[in-house]
Ligand binder design. Structure first.
Ligand code: ADP
Ligand code: MG
Length: 256
């Protein structure tokens, strides 16, 4: 585990082109251990593309992504996950009729590209027990310990999001990438999510989130990187970003 303040994940001059479209233009940013960094910007700014470059889902056209001191562009996502990077998806992916525990255990195993059922069938009893134990530990860590045997589909959306975080924690990551974790949540659910992220941060986790919900971001994160038209237009503390002219213009300019 990196020490608090260490740079865990870094983009250096990352450019990503889709044909003639420059979705990320010379983007640089750093995520530190024990820090929550938000990546924000109007629709189409290039946030998801950046997220994909950082998580190894996609490979930059030029520039580098450095994870724990090692260049990861072009590496397999499975290998990156094994080294301690974990992510959640914008849309919750759960098997509604299975238990919360099974969902986390299977998700923990799924990090490759296998289908759910083939992965279940391939497990022997010993492996299965290891996964179930790890899943139970992580569910307790995120505060879902009383729901282990509930049907996942019976959980409220906020709890399902937290289930996804438990799943992401099963690989013992040092960096967590979250794509719009607060989307669609009620106020109380956002508060519970924020409390969990603060707890993980206090444990030394590096957290990067892409998020639309400004109240959620401003009250939670340590630093913000703002994108518009594929570029970084501002970076700083929440209170600085709230007053930043370029940021205000980007948001008032219509695209959002
Ligand atoms: P955001 O997440 O900030 O809304 P995106 O990263 O999704 O922005 O998109 C940035 C730009 O890149 C948009 O113009 C989008 O249409 C384009 N884009 C994203 N992914 C692809 C792709 N796979 N192929 C072509 N264009 C893409
Ligand atoms: Mg997006």
């Amino acid at each position: 585990m990196p020490n608090k303040g260490d740079v865990v994940l870094e983009a250096k001059n990352v450019t990503k082109k889709f044909g003639g479209l420059v979705a990320n233009n010379d983007m640089s940013l750093q995520v530190h251990a024990g820090e929550i960094l938000a990546l924000i910007g109007p629709n189409g700014a290039g946030k998801s593309t950046m997220f994909n470059q950082l998580s190894g889902v996609d490979t930059p056209t030029s520039g580098e992504v450095i994870f724990k001191g090692e260049k990861i562009n072009g590496q397999y996502s499975r290998k990156i996950a094994q080294q301690g990077m974990s992510r959640t998806f914008q849309h919750v992916k759960i098997l509604a009729e299975m238990t919360v525990l099974e969902n986390v255990a299977i998700g923990g195993h799924l990090r490759g590209h296998q289908g759910v059922f083939s992965s279940l069938l391939r497990l022997d009893r010993v492996e299965e027990n290891i996964l179930l134990n790890e899943a139970k530990l992580q569910l307790e860590r995120v505060g879902l310990g009383e729901y282990l045997y509930a049907e996942a589909g019976s959980l409220a959306l906020g709890q399902q999001r937290i289930l996804e975080i438990a799943r992401a924690l099963c690989s013992d990551p040092c960096v967590l990438l979250l794509d719009e974790p607060a989307a669609g949540l009620r106020l109380k659910e956002k508060e519970a999510l924020a409390a969990l992220l603060l707890k993980l941060k206090a444990e030394g986790m590096a957290i990067l989130l892409v998020e639309h919900d400004m109240d959620f971001v401003m009250n939670l994160v340590d630093r913000i990187v703002v994108m518009e038209f594929g570029q970084k237009i501002a970076e700083g503390l929440p209170e600085e970003i709230q007053k930043n002219e370029a940021v205000l213009e980007a948001y008032l300019g219509g695209a959002a």
